[in-house]
Design a protein around this ligand. Structure first.
Ligand SMILES: CC(C)(COP(=O)(O)OP(=O)(O)OC[C@H]1O[C@@H](n2cnc3c(N)ncnc32)[C@H](O)[C@@H]1OP(=O)(O)O)[C@@H](O)C(=O)NCCC(=O)NCCS
Length: 328
């Protein structure tokens, strides 16, 4: 059985605590001017010491349920995209389902770094379209501040925390228009968290050498990001015989304003159609796209039948885009 899927509700949550460029300049040798011109970022939201990723995800999930006018009992399965799970195992989705009041329902995580939301949207839409589930809650949630080295100026200015949730439900109208995903694991060191897994298990030495934090070759990531965002957006649109001219909105992963601007230029999209909130949240990995979508939705900007493209890239390396038709 192949049926349609739509987004029934969107919700997001970001912690209250703010880390500004000025705050960062007090921690490392940096300044507001450098951060703003190189990244477009001004502020990030940072989880409290006692807030884990599931706490952010649960709040976003509650808000998505309220927006959809549904209760948690209406949800058949929970999927969380994250690289900052509460624990290496169990899956954070298990904790989220339980926290929302749905113990016993199927729940699993997707780990594909900043591409998590577009991969998750493809997988969860497939589960709904194939008739396995009627409603799936998909949440992109991250507490990147917990794995960020606040003594490394080349990474600590970039990352923030937050969560965004969508509820996917079976529908007569199919809103999933196309998807293009990819990954290349030949050089994982370009963007990774070296220690704490099975290759370099946690030890006093890995901690001493700061190997539990995000490590990144920024320039390498920058180079691949623009071309992959452009190619995957075009391929996802082409699956539905669409072109960038058909797009009402492009919602890109918020990693660097210069990357977003370059992709916008290559895709020849009107910058007015490109959703940017990087100045407020920094890079929140798999949460960035649903955070931006929730803002767009809350602002009443989405109209029936608008074509929206979600596009991301990140650790793996990985990349992907989904073309979507908005249906309220
Ligand atoms: C990280 C990034 C912002 C750095 O910008 P850049 O223009 O490439 O800057 P460079 O790394 O060439 O550094 C330029 C200089 O600024 C310095 N610098 C780095 N971070 C700095 C900071 N926070 N404040 C001030 N100076 C800084 C560097 O040390 C370097 O100094 P040098 O020329 O004396 O050696 C950029 O490469 C980037 O965004 N890459 C993609 C990262 C990304 O998207 N990651 C997430 C993927 S999901």
């Amino acid at each position: 059985m192949v049926r349609g899927v739509r987004i029934a509700g969107v919700g997001s949550y970001a912690p209250d605590r703010i880390l500004s460029n000025e705050d960062l300049a007090r921690l490392v040798d940096t300044n507001d001017e450098w951060i703003t011109t190189r990244t477009g970022m001004k502020r990030r939201h940072i989880a409290a010491a006692d807030q884990a990723t599931s706490d952010l995800a649960i709040e976003a999930g509650r808000r998505a349920l309220a927006r959809a006018g549904l209760s948690v009992g209406d949800i058949d399965a929970f999927v969380v995209a994250t690289v900052t799970p509460d624990y290496p195992f169990p899956a954070t989705a298990c904790l989220v389902a339980n926290g929302l009041g749905a113990p016993g329902k199927p729940a699993f995580d997707i780990s594909i770094a900043c591409s998590g939301f577009v991969y998750g949207l493809t997988v969860a839409s497939g589960l709904v379209r194939s008739g396995v589930f009627s409603r799936v809650m998909l949440i992109g949630a991250e507490s990147l501040s917990k794995i960020t080295n606040y003594r490394d100026r080349s990474t600590c200015v970039l990352f923030g925390d937050g969560a965004g949730a969508v509820i996917l439900e079976a529908s007569e109208r199919n809103c999933f228009l196309g998807s293009s995903l990819g990954a290349d694991g030949s050089n994982p060191e370009v963007l990774f968290q070296p220690a704490g897994g099975s290759r370099y298990p946690a030890s006093a030495q890995t901690v001493e050498n700061s190997r539990h934090y995000i490590h990144m070759a920024g320039k390498e990531v920058f180079k691949f990001a623009v071309s992959k965002m452009v190619d995957s957006s075009l391929t996802a649109l082409a699956e539905a015989n669409l072109t960038p001219d058909d797009m009402a909105y492009l919602i890109p992963h918020q990693a660097n304003l210069r990357i977003i601007d370059s992709a916008t230029k290559y895709l020849k999209v009107d910058p007015e159609k490109v959703v940017v909130n990087i100045q407020e949240y920094g890079n929140t990995s798999s949460a960035s796209i649903p955070l931006a979508l929730a803002e767009l939705d809350a602002g009443g900007k989405l109209k029936q039948d608008d074509v929206v493209v979600f596009v991301a890239f990140g650790g793996g390396l990985s990349w992907g885009a989904v073309a979507w038709r908005w249906s309220a």
